[in-house]
Write a protein that binds this ligand. Structure first.
Ligand SMILES: C[S@@+](CC[C@H](N)C(=O)[O-])C[C@H]1O[C@@H](n2cnc3c(N)ncnc32)[C@H](O)[C@@H]1O
Length: 289
């Protein structure tokens, strides 16, 4: 522990680090964000608030999305859907209710426990897998592969490529991939800001006392955004790096092509609304080449 005489230097160094501009994707902390004991409980709470969009989209959107997906991909008994990043099962439950054979993959045990409980209560047989989906290769093939709520975007380029290759290999003949991403319109409106607060975000980051610093960065050339959090607890200091890669339909197509995927349709969202060039997100349907 630092002696009182060198505390000012240590404090200065910690602050300087909290204020620095990290190199794109130099540190990745997605797993902490979703699997930390305290944070995952906050996330689950957000997932399950039907009017909140922090972890899952609002319930009305998800219902509309499920209806569109069912119709667009003709979901029916006998078809297999694999949902990457299924969380507490808001989509997987809907797919299973519509008769599909469903696999949901997530690395949040807390969310999976909830999902398994919901499936059991509803008498639905859903295959839930606890895994980091970057590197996990589901067995067999799927008629529909989903990655919903812009979850390609927090991944660094090599992980995105790996995941897209997994999708390519998983898609059955005649099958599809559906995912959504954040757009360059959203990047343009991202502001570089700094926030400092006692118990930043009302206790979201830790159960006990803490101070939090959040710095938001925009990397225009790389089309990346970062919300960087430094959390100062009495006994430790730790950081979260929330990166987002923003896409144009063209830049997404280029990444898909490199992984052997081809975009066949671009929409405003996973409800199938018409593509809007001014939208902050867009969704794509792709097939394996
Ligand atoms: C933004 S939430 C979206 C959840 C769900 N798709 C929905 O729309 O309700 C992202 C989910 O992906 C999971 N996740 C993120 N990265 C993951 C990874 N590398 N491997 C497995 N799960 C991951 C998180 O635990 C979380 O449940």
């Amino acid at each position: 522990m630092a002696s009182p005489s060198n505390m000012p230097e240590a404090t200065y160094a910690a602050l300087a680090e909290a204020m620095g501009r990290p190199a794109p994707f130099s540190v990745v902390t997605t797993d902490t964000l979703w699997t930390d004991e305290h944070i995952s409980a906050q996330m689950l709470r957000y997932h399950l608030q039907p009017d909140d969009a922090a972890a899952s989209r609002p319930g009305t959107f998800i219902e509309r999305s499920l209806d569109w997906i069912t119709e667009r991909f003709r979901l029916a008994p006998g078809q297999r859907v694999v949902d990457f990043g299924c969380g507490p099962g808001l989509y997987t439950t809907g797919f299973a209710r519509r008769g599909a054979a469903v696999t949901g993959i997530d690395f949040s045990l807390r969310s999976l426990d909830h999902a398994r409980g919901s499936a059991a209560a509803a008498g639905l047989d859903i295959d839930y897998v606890h895994a980091d989906y970057v590197g996990y290769r589901p067995r067999g093939t799927a008629d529909l592969v989903t990655l919903i709520y812009c979850d390609l975007c927090p991944l660094p380029p090599d992980s995105r490529h790996r995941l897209l290759c997994t999708f390519r290999d998983l898609i059955a003949d005649g099958g599809h991939l559906l995912l959504d991403v954040v757009s360059l319109v959203a990047l343009a409106s991202k502001e570089e800001t700094i926030l400092f607060d006692e118990r930043l975000l009302d206790g979201f980051w830790a159960a006990g006392p803490y101070y939090g610093v959040m710095r938001s960065f925009r990397y225009d050339d790389e089309r990346i955004g970062l919300d960087h959090y430094t959390i100062f607890e009495p006994e430790r200091r730790w950081e979260i790096y929330n990166w987002l890669q923003y896409f144009s339909p063209e830049s997404l197509q280029a990444e898909f092509a490199a992984a052997g995927l081809r975009i066949i349709e671009t929409c405003a969202n996973v409800c199938g609304d018409p593509y809007d060039a001014n939208g902050e997100e867009f969704a794509v349907i792709a097939v394996a080449n």
